[in-house]
Design a protein around this ligand. Structure first.
Ligand SMILES: [Zn+2]
Length: 293
């Protein structure tokens, strides 16, 4: 799955190449790509036609295109392999092209949704008063959102009986933090992924959030160098950022801080990578004693 920085790179590309253009025609080449639009492919195409695309928006890993003149948005589900491409008309169709959007202008490009595995797709939704597609109204703000409330996040952590990595991946608490960036931020903060949230101090929460933002901004800075072309896309997990990772995927390699071999442990059908020396596991009694203190 793409993580927040990858999705933001796509959003910026769409803002540059698609925003404020008028939809002339939508062609759905595979019904699965619009299966979340329950009224069907013809309805989807009909309701986009003639509308201006507003400024693309993102919350966490969710990306949507507001339709001006309506209170609706096109939500993009990138799934495992979904790509949004802006291509010249004359570029041959991609093998897995699912949806094509043509525009009523002479810029010579069109928007293409390409998806090999068809887990992703596009769908049209009513907006909430905040301008979110209604189906993602429950998704919390992400840590790069200027309105993200650090203190409210800390208080929510303290109330929960959960562990810190689970909390970082809980989209109702904080959105957009996936497995890779959670491991990176926890390594930087020297916090073990199974540490209970109930006893996190305000400085630890603040440091952790700071590292989450730093790793995302660093990834954005790298990805941001490649979006300045006509071709914008998201390619699953590999991303652009592998070389700058300190924790994720580094099992057996020396910790970049202390040299101890990094470890990997199975975690919720995924993996957690950590340094056993820098990120000490919580003592079994830690949560209970903190709660009593
Ligand atoms: Zn270490």
């Amino acid at each position: 799955m793409p993580e927040l920085p990858e999705v933001e790179v796509v959003r910026r590309g769409l803002e540059r190449w698609v925003a404020h253009r008028t939809v002339a025609e939508v062609e759905v080449l595979h019904p699965r790509a619009v299966r979340r639009h329950v009224a069907g492919a013809d309805d989807f195409a009909h309701r986009l036609k003639g509308h201006h695309i507003g400024t693309p928006r993102r919350r966490g890993k969710y990306l949507w295109l507001p339709l001006e003149e309506t209170n609706e948005s096109v939500l993009a589900h990138l799934g495992m392999s979904g790509q949004l491409l802006v291509q010249p008309h004359e570029t041959p169709d991609e093998k897995h092209l699912r949806i094509r959007v043509r525009f009523a202008d002479s810029l010579g490009t069109e928007l293409r949704f390409v998806d090999q595995r068809t887990f992703g797709g596009l769908s049209l939704h009513d907006n909430t008063p905040d301008g979110l597609p209604d189906v993602i109204a429950h998704i919390a703000r992400d840590p790069l959102d200027p309105l993200f409330d650090d203190e409210a996040f800390h208080q929510a952590l303290r109330r929960r009986r959960t562990t810190v990595k689970r909390a970082l991946l809980d989209q109702s608490l904080i959105s957009g933090v996936g497995n890779i960036y959670a491991d990176e931020a926890l390594w930087r903060a020297r916090v073990h992924y199974e540490r209970p949230t109930a006893n996190l101090t305000r400085p630890v929460t603040a440091e952790l959030l700071g590292h989450v933002r730093d790793v995302m901004n660093a990834a954005l800075a790298v990805g941001g160098t490649s979006f300045d072309s006509l071709y914008v896309n998201v390619n699953g997990e590999s991303g652009y950022f592998d070389r700058s990772l300190d924790a994720y995927g580094r099992e057996g390699l020396p910790c970049r801080r202390c040299g101890t071999p990094m470890r990997r442990r199975p975690w919720m059908n995924r993996s957690s990578y950590f340094c056993p020396k820098c990120q000490r596991p919580p003592r079994p009694s830690a949560a209970g004693s903190a709660a009593r203190a």
